[in-house]
Design a protein around this ligand. Sequence first.
Ligand SMILES: O=c1ccn([C@@H]2O[C@H](COP(=O)(O)OP(=O)(O)O[C@H]3O[C@H](CO)[C@@H](O)[C@H](O)[C@H]3O)[C@@H](O)[C@H]2O)c(=O)[nH]1
Ligand SMILES: [Mn+2]
Length: 375
Amino acid sequence: MPVLDQAFVTLATNDTYCQGALVLGQSLRTQRATRKLVVLITSQVSSLLRVILSKVFDEVIEVNLMDSADYIHLAFLKRPELGVTLTKLHCWTLTHYSKCVFLDADTLVLSNIDELFDRAEFSAAPDPGWPDCFNSGVFVFQPSLETHGLLLRHAVDHGSFDGADQGLLNSFFSSWSTADIHKHLPFIYNLSSNTAYTYSPAFKRFGSSAKVVHFLGPTKPWNYKYNPQTGSVLEDGSGLGTQHQTSFLNLWWTVYQHSVLPLYESFRDAGEHVAPGHATGVGEPCAESAGSSQPWEAEGPSEEPVVTEDVPPSPKGCRSEDVDLAVSVFEISIEEKVKAPSPEEERRHWEEGRIDYMGKDAFARIQEKLDRFLQ
Ligand SMILES: O=c1ccn([C@@H]2O[C@H](COP(=O)(O)OP(=O)(O)O[C@H]3O[C@H](CO)[C@@H](O)[C@H](O)[C@H]3O)[C@@H](O)[C@H]2O)c(=O)[nH]1
Ligand SMILES: [Mn+2]
């Protein structure tokens, strides 16, 4: 029986993390999750990805980084690195649910985990790097505006010892490591794909009961390229890690290929119109002209896009501004588009002390500018 007042919640602040959220959402559906699926997004997420997310998630909720009380707003402006952290904390505002399970967008669910709803706030699994801290990639929580406010206050008053949500949540829920063993989720609910195997006999013994894999760390599954014919990620020269790591990566990509890519495809083929005022907050309807509204650029001989002279330019908002999906018979890749920062962003970086000493802010470049100005 579906439970309507409880939810699995994730977060994706941009189109790249949306790819992870989609794999996570589809893996929860495949495992017959009986709770609602919710994704929090920010204004950066494109209209296309909002539509696609809404096919998998029951609720796509846009949260504003700056909608908290003014003193918090001002304090956070001085601590911009806490931005994504503040966004994760928004999950406590989902007060139309009585209890939720948060999952990072870089997690993959391997079997049904509905039993997590038997746990109380705040339950989480140990962090593999420092097991007296919990990892904030999977946790059970109870939405509450009061807790949300206290968390923001805590962030402003004490900051975060790792500059992100995990440090903040660990210092806020500081009794986690000692107070109540029921709040320690077994490691199988947050098995880190890259560190778990430092204790390989344990992995041999218990690895097969893993329920949630977490691709924590700087390199995410979507940073690899995948060969759909062999069903495996492509070696990029830096080494793929252990066999287990590779098989979890391959699993992520299998879900991507079979359960996420078709969502884009049906969007393209059906030329589906998105009504203005759609529940997800998607604005303008997307045109369905051949080629121009394809969400990805096809590569290789089999899927050469037919581009004719009279095809109108792609309507803004219909495609992802951040991500290029390249799909061919032999390779699927998700490339982040490198965007040049706007003059406002550059100025903000400068003011925040994030100066590109070796690059565009190098002394030689500034001197060139001065010379040009003085001539
Ligand atoms: O640009 C970003 C970055 C992060 N996220 C979301 O925030 C989560 C955490 O970021 P992630 O890149 O997954 O961090 P991890 O590599 O998992 O690193 C660890 O450190 C993070 C910061 O403390 C914690 O949030 C994680 O749970 C913890 O596992 C992601 O999964 C997303 O849901 C975004 O939406 N956009
Ligand atoms: Mn993560």
